[in-house]
Design a protein around this ligand. Structure first.
Ligand code: GLY
Length: 373
């Protein structure tokens, strides 16, 4: 093999680049292989770091991961800005979760009880209190819950920063597609590139998002059980910022969020569709987003549409990520982050080191699916 690295990461999204940057910071020789880094799910992601407002019943292990990663974000964002010279627009004003109809309000009340039982930092608000915080909210908004510790970043900026930080840390970016894993006597020892070259590595980290289960050259038990979950988003622009916080809400059970950027941009997301590898942006998908967003923040219909995009989240059978050693030596996984890839990036990078927290590693272990088989 012409080149050899300590760590070779397949996939240059927020997850793969975070793993690579942190590994390079530990003095390892690192490469990332991706023909177009940052153009997959990271390009579509809104960047909500919202473990509290996105908590769901029965998903307490995921909440634990989310809180552990949220805690890492301030240092991660600061170190990344310092290392790259790029700001990632890390914002900490929290998420306001709002309810539109009486059915939505009943669901929010139940959620608030669950959140309080878990001891999470969140405050139940009336409709009027919500509008005092966010005057652009519709008069019809009936109530809300403020998750004041939730935060957000701009994932596109995170990608730019990670690419620069990785390069400055001595990492290598291979702008080419990996066509398969190379195994020697049952151990993954490298990858084959589209160029025909092979590259060796002591550890190959598979971080190819929704495509992670399509890598050739691995025994079936080593492939992660991830599937694409399509999400369509719209980016809108207003002349002045209209929201101070992330607003998410349900409109007669249909879920929508609005994530503001400092320059007046608002990301409106996201559909959740089981459509295989389909990345078409559809009229129906956009209509649903606008229909629901308009009920919560009527002013959005005045905004300019600047971008529409569909991304593929890597969904896993239990909605938990797969991070850690795979069922074949030499291979690690960092995939299956579903709706939480940006939030979970700093924790994932830590879990890909040899000094990772054993309890959090156990939650994410890819081997849990082996044990269930
Ligand atoms: N975390 C938001 C989404 O996946 O749409």
């Amino acid at each position: 093999m012409a080149h050899h690295f300590d760590v070779l990461v397949i996939g240059g999204g927020v997850i793969g680049l975070s793993v690579a940057w942190r590994a390079a910071g530990r003095g390892l020789r690192v490469a990332v292989a991706d023909p177009e880094p940052g153009t997959g799910a990271s390009h579509a992601a809104a960047g909500m770091l919202a473990p509290v407002s996105e908590v769901t019943y029965t998903e307490e292990p995921l909440l634990r991961l989310g809180l552990a990663s949220l805690e890492r974000w301030p240092a991660f964002a600061a170190e990344l800005a310092e290392a790259s010279g790029h700001d990632v627009d890390y914002r900490t004003e929290g998420t306001l979760d709002v309810a539109f109809g009486s059915d939505d309000l009943a669901a929010l009340d139940d959620l608030a009880v669950f959140v309080a039982k878990l001891g999470l930092p969140a405050e139940r608000l009336t409709g009027r209190e919500c509008r005092r915080l966010e005057p652009m909210l519709a008069p019809a908004v009936r109530g809300g819950m403020l998750a004041g510790k939730d935060a957000w970043v701009d994932p596109r900026r995170v990608v730019v920063a990670l690419l620069s930080a990785l390069e400055r840390a001595g990492g290598t970016l291979l702008r080419t597609r990996v066509t398969g894993a190379v195994t020697t006597a049952g151990t993954v020892t490298g990858v084959r590139l589209e160029t025909g070259e092979t590259v060796g590595a002591d550890r190959v980290v598979l971080a190819a998002g929704a495509w992670s289960a399509t890598l050739d050259g691995l025994p079936p038990e080593a492939l992660p059980p991830v599937r694409p979950v399509k999400g369509q988003i719209m980016r809108l622009r207003s002349s002045a910022p209209i929201l101070r916080r992330c607003v998410r809400g349900t409109v007669h059970g249909s879920y929508v969020y609005l994530v503001p950027r400092g320059d007046g941009e608002v990301v409106l997301g996201a559909t959740q569709e089981e459509m295989g590898f389909d990345t078409r942006v559809t009229a129906g998908g956009l209509w649903e987003l606008l229909r629901d967003a308009r009920e919560l923040v009527p002013g959005v219909t005045e905004f300019e549409v600047t971008d529409v995009v569909a991304g593929l989240r890597p969904g896993s059978p239990d909605n938990l990520p797969l991070v850690g050693p795979a069922a074949v030596p030499g291979l690690w996984l960092a995939t299956g982050h579903h709706r939480g890839g940006v939030l979970l990036a700093p924790l994932t990078a830590d879990l890909c080191s040899d000094t990772a927290d054993p309890e959090l590693s156990a939650i994410c272990s890819p081997l849990r699916f082996q044990e269930r088989r």
